[in-house]
Design a protein around this ligand. Structure first.
Ligand SMILES: [Zn+2]
Ligand SMILES: [Zn+2]
Length: 868
C-alpha cells in the first residue's frame, strides 16, 4: 500500500482524543481477519514487580510452570483448587494461574479466574488483552482495554504493545492512532517496544509515512525496530530506500544485523531483480557469518536462482549445514529450470524428508521441461506412496496429459480426478478443459465449455478453447469465439492469446484482426514480448504486408532466432530471394548462429533470386555441415533440388538426389517432378514419377501432378492410368478453396460454387470479365481440366475455378484502385495464373493471390513470381 495522500500522524492524532479522556465503551469495531505473528512480550510481563512472593506462592508458580510444560491440565486445576482453599489471594498467583490456563488452552477457566478477581491490576489486564489479541479475539482484547481504562487502571508499556497488536489485526486505524496519542501523553513513546508495535501497526495499515515518522523519532532502536521499518519499506515496494536505510544501519550498528534483516532484503532484491544490491547483501552475510543461516541461505538460493547463476546456487546448497524442506525444494526447482532433470531427481532422492511441495516441484519441473511421460510416472509414484495431493499436483498432472497429447491417458486422468471429487474446482476444471483441447477431445471440451458449472469469467477457458480450435485447424471457430470473448469482455489478451490469434490471422489472411491485436499489444506492453513480436512479423508477411513485418522487426528490442527466421520466411514467401539473402548477410554480421530452419530458408531463397546463383547455393549447402554444424535433412535436399530445377538444371538436380547419403523421401523427388512440369521435361519427369510411385505416397496431389505431366505431353493413356490408380487407392483430390475477406467476414468459394448469397452477380460479373480478357488475348489452357470432359465443358470448368470466383467477388465489392487480395489453400493452377495477368490489365487493378507456395502479385499483366 502506498503511503501517499494519507493523513500524517499529526492529523490522525488531532482527530483522535477519546482515549485521552475518561473513555466510553467502544463502538462496534470492524473486524478483518489477519495473519498473526506471535507477541514477543507475552511471557516477559507476567512477573509483577509490586509483591514479594512468599515461599508458598513460589511453589505454586513452579507447579503451574510444570503443568504448562507438560500439558498437564489436572495439575493446574489442582493448584487452582488449592489456592482457593487456602484463600491465597495474591494478584501474583492469580496472574500466574490465568497465564497457565491460557497456555493450556483453557480460555474459559482463565476468564473465570479473571472475573473472580476483586481488583485486577494492569498485569492481569495486559495478560488478558495480549492473549485475546493473539487468539483471533481482537474485539474482546479491545473491549478489555477500554474496561481497564474505565476502572482507571493506567496501562503499562506491555498493555500498549498488546492493544496495538489487536488494532493492527483488525486494521482499526482510528483506535490505533488514539492509542498512539495516549502513549505520547503517558510518555511511553520512549519505550522501544511501544514504538516498534506502533510501527508494526502503521505498516499493517499501509501508512508508511507514519512508520517512518515513528522510526525517526525513536530515542533508542533495537534490531526489531530496524527490521520493522525495513519490512514496511519492502512491503511498499520501496526496496531502494530499504537498502539505503540498511546501509545506515550498517554504519551505526553492524553487529546487530540479523538473519531476518538480510533475508527480507534479499527477497526484495530477488523480486526487483536488483543483482548488484543482492551481491552486496551476500557480501554482508559472509562478513557477519550469516551465509549459513537457514533463512539467509534459502533467500540467497532464491536470489541466485532468479539470476540463473546455477554455479552459485549449487555452491550455497553444498555449503549449507542445515537445510529444510524449502532449501531442498528450491534446489529441485533450480535444476528443473536449467533443464537438468537428472540432477533434480538426484536431489529429490537425497531429501531426508519429502512433502507434497517437494513432490510437486518435481512434477511441475517435468511438465516445464515438456516431458509429460516422466511427470506421469512421478504421479503414479505419488499415488503409490500415498502422498497427499493438492490442487497444484492435480493441475500439474493434467498439464502433463496435455503435453502427452494422448487421448486415452487424458481420459483416464480425467476419470480419476472426477472420481475423487476434484472436478468442481475452477482451476482444475479449466485445466481439464485445456487438456481436452490438446488431446483430440474437442467435443468434450465444448461440452465442458457450454456447461453451467464452469465459470465463464475465467479468461483461461476462453484461451484454451480458442487455441484448441486453432490447433485442430478450425480457424473460423477460433476467431468467432475470440470476437465473442472480446464483446463479452471475458478474455485477458495475454501473450498466449495474442500469438495464437495472430497465427490464425496469418492462416486466414485476416490482417484487420491482426492489426487489432497489434494495437492491444502496444497499449498493454505485450509488444515487448519476443513471441508476440515474432507472431506479428509472421502475421503481416502472410497477409501480404511485408513493410509492416520489417517495421516490427526493426522496432523489436530483442531478437531471437525465430525473429530472424520469421522475417526471412516472409521474404521467401514474397519471392524476394535477394532480400532474404541480404538478411542472411546481416545475420552473419551480427554473428547469429543459424538453425536448421534458417538454412532451409536460405536455400529456398535462391529459388527467387534475380540472377542465377545456383553455385552460391550449392556452396552454402556444403557449408551447412562444415561451418554451422547443421546436418542437412530431406527438406534441405528437396529445397536444393528445387533451386536447381528452378534454373532448368534438371540433370544436375537428379544427380544430387542420386548422390544423397540417405534414402531420399518422396518430397525430394516431388521437387524434381515439379520442376520437370515447369520445364516440360517428361523424360526425367517420368523417372521421378516412377521413384515416387514406388514409395507409395499418401498424397493425392502427387498423382495429379504426374497425371498432368502425362496429359501435358499428350500421353492421355498414362495420365488416365494415374488417375485410375488414385481413385482405386481411395484418394480424393483435396478440394481447392479460395477465400477473400470483406467487411470483417470470410467469403469462401469452391470451384463452380453457387452457395454464396451473391453468386448470381458473381457469375455474371465473371462472364463479363472472361469476355474482356479474351478480347485482350487470354487463351484458356484446358490442359488443367480433366480430359474426359467435352472441350466446351472444359472451358466452363476453367472459368469457375475457386480463385476466379473469389477475385470477381473482390472486384465487385472493393473500392477502385485498391488491390484485390485472395487466399487459396493449394497451388494456383496455370490457367488461373494466366487469367489473372489479363485481369490486372483489363481492370487496371492489382490482384494479390496467396497460394501454398507464396504470393503472386499481378500488376499490369506481370506476376511477381515470373511464372516460376
Ligand atoms: Zn485454376
Ligand atoms: Zn505468379
Amino acid at each position: 500500500m502506498a503511503a501517499v495522500n494519507l493523513p500524517s500522524i499529526t492529523t490522525l492524532i488531532s482527530h483522535s482524543s477519546s482515549l485521552l479522556y475518561p473513555p466510553k465503551p467502544p463502538n462496534s469495531t470492524p473486524s478483518v481477519s489477519f495473519h498473526k505473528t506471535p507477541l514477543p512480550i507475552f511471557s516477559n510481563h507476567t512477573k509483577t514487580p509490586q509483591l514479594h512472593p512468599s515461599k508458598n506462592t513460589k511453589d505454586y508458580c513452579n507447579l503451574l510452570h510444570l503443568s504448562v510444560e507438560h500439558g498437564y491440565i489436572e495439575l493446574a486445576m489442582a493448584v487452582h483448587a488449592s489456592i482457593l482453599k487456602i484463600q491465597a489471594n495474591s494478584p501474583y498467583l492469580s496472574n500466574a494461574l490465568i497465564v497457565a490456563y491460557f497456555k493450556l488452552g483453557l480460555t474459559s477457566h482463565a476468564y473465570k479466574v479473571f472475573n473472580c478477581l476483586e481488583n485486577p491490576d494492569v498485569v492481569t489486564f495486559t495478560a488478558m488483552i495480549s492473549w485475546f489479541a493473539r487468539s483471533n479475539r481482537e474485539i474482546e482484547a479491545i473491549k478489555l482495554f477500554f474496561e481497564m481504562r474505565r476502572l482507571g487502571i493506567e496501562p503499562n508499556e506491555y498493555s500498549f504493545v498488546a492493544i496495538l497488536t489487536a488494532c493492527a489485526w483488525v486494521l482499526n486505524l482510528e483506535l490505533g492512532s488514539q492509542v498512539h496519542c495516549l502513549a505520547i501523553k503517558m510518555g511511553f513513546l520512549g519505550e522501544t517496544y511501544v514504538s516498534n508495535a506502533l510501527m508494526g501497526f502503521y505498516s499493517k495499515c499501509g501508512y508508511l509515512d507514519c512508520v517512518l515518522e515513528v522510526f525517526d523519532e525513536m530515542f533508542q532502536r533495537d534490531i526489531s525496530s530496524w527490521n520493522t521499518v525495513i519490512t514496511a519499506l519492502v512491503k511498499s515496494s520501496m526496496y531502494e530506500k530499504a537498502l539505503q536505510l540498511f546501509r545506515g544501519f550498517l554504519q551505526t550498528d553492524e553487529h546487530r544485523i540479523d538473519h531476518f534483516t538480510l533475508s527480507t532484503l534479499l527477497t526484495a532484491c530477488t523480486e526487483y531483480a536488483a543483482f548488484m544490491e543482492g551481491r552486496e547483501l551476500h557480501g554482508h552475510a559472509l562478513k557477519l557469518g550469516l551465509e549459513n543461516n537457514l533463512s539467509v541461505g534459502n533467500a540467497l538460493i532464491g536470489f541466485y536462482t532468479k539470476f540463473r547463476s546455477l554455479k552459485y546456487v549449487v555452491g550455497l546448497f553444498d555449503r549449507m549445514a542445515v537445510k529444510d524442506v524449502i532449501t531442498w525444494t528450491q534446489m529441485i526447482s533450480v535444476y528443473m529450470e536449467s533443464g537438468l532433470l537428472e540432477m533434480a531427481e538426484k536431489v529429490f532422492d537425497k531429501m531426508p524428508e519429502k512433502n507434497c511441495v517437494s513432490y510437486n516441484a518435481l512434477l511441475a519441473g517435468f511438465c516445464q521441461n515438456g516431458v509429460g511421460s516422466r511427470a506421469l510416472g512421478m504421479f503414479c509414484r505419488m499415488l503409490e506412496q500415498g502422498v497427499e495431493l493438492d490442487d497444484f499436483s492435480l493441475t500439474s498432472i493434467i498439464n502433463a496429459c496435455g503435453l502427452l497429447r494422448d487421448k486415452k491417458t487424458s481420459e483416464q486422468i480425467h476419470g480419476f480426478i472426477l472420481k475423487f471429487g476434484f472436478g468442481s474446482n475452477d482451476r482444475i476444471e479449466s485445466a481439464l478443459l485445456d487438456m481436452c483441447t490438446k488431446c483430440g477431445r474437442m467435443a468434450d471440451a465444448e461440452k465442458m465449455f457450454h456447461s453451467q458449472s464452469i465459470s465463464h469469467d475465467n479468461s483461461i477457458i476462453w484461451t484454451s478453447m480458442i487455441c484448441g480450435y486453432g490447433r485442430i485447424g478450425q480457424p473460423y471457430e477460433a476467431l468467432s469465439l475470440f470476437f465473442k470473448s472480446q464483446s463479452e469482455n471475458t478474455i485477458t489478451i495475454d501473450e498466449i492469446v495474442s500469438t495464437t490469434v495472430l497465427g490464425i490471422c496469418s492462416t486466414v489472411g485476416f490482417d484487420r484482426v491482426g492489426e487489432q491485436i497489434h494495437c492491444t499489444a502496444l497499449k498493454s506492453g505485450l509488444i515487448d514480448d519476443i513471441g508476440v513480436g515474432n507472431a506479428l512479423i509472421g502475421m503481416y508477411s502472410k497477409c501480404g504486408n511485408m513493410m509492416a513485418s520489417i517495421k516490427i522487426f526493426n522496432l523489436m528490442k530483442k531478437h531471437d532466432i525465430v525473429s530472424w527466421n520469421s522475417l526471412m520466411a516472409g521474404y521467401v514467401f514474397h519471392r524476394q530471394g535477394d532480400k532474404a539473402l541480404d538478411l542472411w548477410a546481416a545475420m552473419k554480421e551480427a554473428k547469429i548462429q543459424p538453425d536448421s530452419i534458417t538454412t532451409l530458408l536460405i536455400i529456398s531463397a535462391y529459388t527467387h533470386t534475380t540472377l542465377n546463383m545456383v553455385n552460391e547455393c550449392h556452396r552454402f549447402f556444403h557449408s551447412m555441415k562444415t561451418t554451422y554444424n547443421i546436418e542437412p535433412i530431406s527438406d534441405h535436399y528437396a529445397s536444393l533440388v528445387g533451386v536447381f530445377g528452378r534454373w532448368g538444371l534438371l540433370e544436375q538436380a537428379e544427380e544430387i538426389i542420386n548422390k544423397m547419403p540417405f534414402e531420399p523421401d518422396p518430397f525430394v523427388w516431388r521437387a524434381l517432378l515439379d520442376s520437370c512440369k515447369t520445364h516440360m521435361n517428361t523424360i526425367i519427369g517420368e523417372r521421378a514419377a516412377k521413384e515416387i510411385i514406388a514409395k507409395k505416397p499418401n498424397d493425392p496431389s502427387t498423382y495429379i501432378l504426374i497425371s498432368n505431366l502425362y496429359s501435358a505431353s499428350g500421353r492421355w493413356q498414362c495420365s488416365e492410368t494415374m488417375r485410375e490408380e488414385m481413385r482405386e487407392k481411395g484418394f480424393q483430390k483435396r478440394p481447392g478453396k479460395s477465400w477473400i475477406i470483406h467487411e470483417n467476414k470470410v467469403h469462401s468459394f469452391y470451384a463452380r460454387d453457387k452457395s454464396h448469397p451473391r453468386s448470381k452477380d458473381i457469375y455474371s460479373g465473371q462472364d463479363i470479365l472472361v469476355l474482356e480478357c479474351l478480347k485482350a488475348g487470354y487463351m484458356p489452357d484446358t490442359s488443367f481440366v480433366l480430359h474426359e470432359v467435352e472441350e466446351h465443358h472444359k472451358r466452363d470448368f476453367l472459368y469457375y475455378h475457386s480463385a476466379k470466383l473469389a477475385v470477381t467477388y473482390g472486384l465487385l465489392t472493393s473500392r477502385r484502385g485498391t488491390p484485390v487480395r485472395v487466399m487459396k489453400n493449394i497451388l494456383l493452377c496455370g490457367d488461373c495464373h494466366t487469367f489473372f495477368k489479363y485481369v490486372s490489365i483489363v481492370t487496371k487493378r492489382e490482384i494479390h493471390i496467396r497460394d501454398a507456395s507464396g504470393f503472386h502479385c499481378f500488376v499490369n499483366g506481370e506476376c511477381t513470381c515470373k511464372g516460376k
